[in-house]
Design a protein around this ligand. Structure first.
Ligand code: ADP
Ligand code: MG
Length: 322
């Protein structure tokens, strides 16, 4: 079973940022309103995520580390209308198979459970006194898979990837207060007051945030909303376009391009806008079960959605009369 988990880890846990992503998504699925993330040495030494969410009941804690055991899907029908970020039940067992994991969790009913798993082996399980919520500490990532360690990029690149994922998840959940520390330095703190502008300003600075304009549009199948920068604010990086589909951060070439096309001739060649776009659609119209990391999704009527997005931005930018 450990070997199978390590194989799955090869897909789910590519780098420290993937661990951070999975842990934050679990905290979000558990309805947390406060999520604190702490990393040391770009996550290789330590990744700690603390939430105030639902927690896991003592009898379910070990199960959470078993492959394909998820509390989020019970019937086959659920698979076609996924509302949570996780559903494959692979993250925790994968992470625990390639690291040292200490998890303490409690539901509204005490006590808490403290479980220690290293390289997929249960080390200990005991009762603790933590209040409702979950704290997971992942240490020595890839200690038993040296090949994986070797393929990592520089510490700086790995930290940038973590920062990027934290930023995107914070942007996609403005109702949650996030804090993010790296080697003792506070890199991000959001208020969790539901205001995208506030989160934007925490990430990109007040100046950028002030010049973002809201967009919104809809057709029979889709709703698009969010903020885009005025052309004056463009930066030469496509990564400043964040797409959130029903709260899930996704990568999609056609849709990112639709954002850029929405600027028409207003955008200078080689420059890209800042944008955070929320896409809302019936979960039946999207298949998130394409890749283990779930960042690629299959959308029915994707062309129609791209059209709507382009038109919504085009119309809004035109109103600004630049
Ligand atoms: P998935 O998210 O796909 O269900 P995971 O391996 O990420 O699978 O997590 C396994 C299970 O552990 C989840 O279904 C959930 O029940 C539980 N779990 C994990 N993290 C948390 C958390 N932070 N708070 C509450 N429950 C959690
Ligand atoms: Mg998960």
């Amino acid at each position: 079973a450990i070997l199978a988990d390590q194989i799955a880890a090869g897909e789910v846990v590519e780098r420290p940022a993937s661990v951070v992503k999975e842990l934050i998504e679990n905290a979000l699925d558990a309805h947390s309103t406060q999520i604190d993330i702490l990393v040391e040495e770009s996550g290789l030494k330590r990744i700690q995520v603390t939430d105030n969410g639902d927690g896991i009941a003592p009898e379910d804690v070990e199960l959470a580390f078993k492959r394909h055991s998820t509390s989020k899907i019970t019937t086959k029908k659920d698979l076609f209308k996924i509302k949570t970020l996780g559903f494959r039940g692979e993250a925790l067992p994968s992470i625990a198979s390639v690291a040292d994991v200490l998890l303490e969790t409690a539901t509204a009913t005490p006590p808490s459970t403290i479980i220690h798993i290293k390289g997929g082996q249960l080390v200990s399980k005991k009762i603790g006194a933590r209040a409702q919520g979950t704290q997971i500490v992942v240490s020595d990532l890839f200690f038993n898979t040296p090949a994986r360690l070797k393929y990592l990029k520089s510490m700086q690149t790995e930290l940038a990837a973590i920062s990027d994922i934290v930023n995107r998840l914070a942007l996609s959940h403005t109702e949650v207060a996030f804090s993010f520390q790296s080697n003792g330095r506070l890199l991000l703190e959001t208020a969790g007051n539901g205001k995208l502008q506030q989160t934007f300003s925490a990430i990109y600075g007040v100046k950028v945030a002030r010049e973002m304009i809201p967009i919104s549009g809809a057709d029979l199948d889709f709703e698009v909303s969010g903020y885009v920068s005025l052309p004056a604010l463009t930066r030469a990086s496509k990564t400043y376009i964040s797409l959130l589909l029903n709260g899930r951060y996704i990568r999609n070439y056609q849709l990112s391009n639709a954002v850029i096309k929405g600027y028409g001739s207003k955008l200078m060649v080689g420059r890209y806008p800042f944008a955070v776009i929320n896409l809302k659609l019936d979960p039946l119209l999207v298949d998130v079960n394409v890749h283990p990391t779930k960042q690629q999704v299959r959308i029915s009527k994707e062309d129609q959605l791209a059209q709507l997005l382009r038109k919504t931005i085009y119309t809004r930018i035109a109103q600004e009369n630049l």
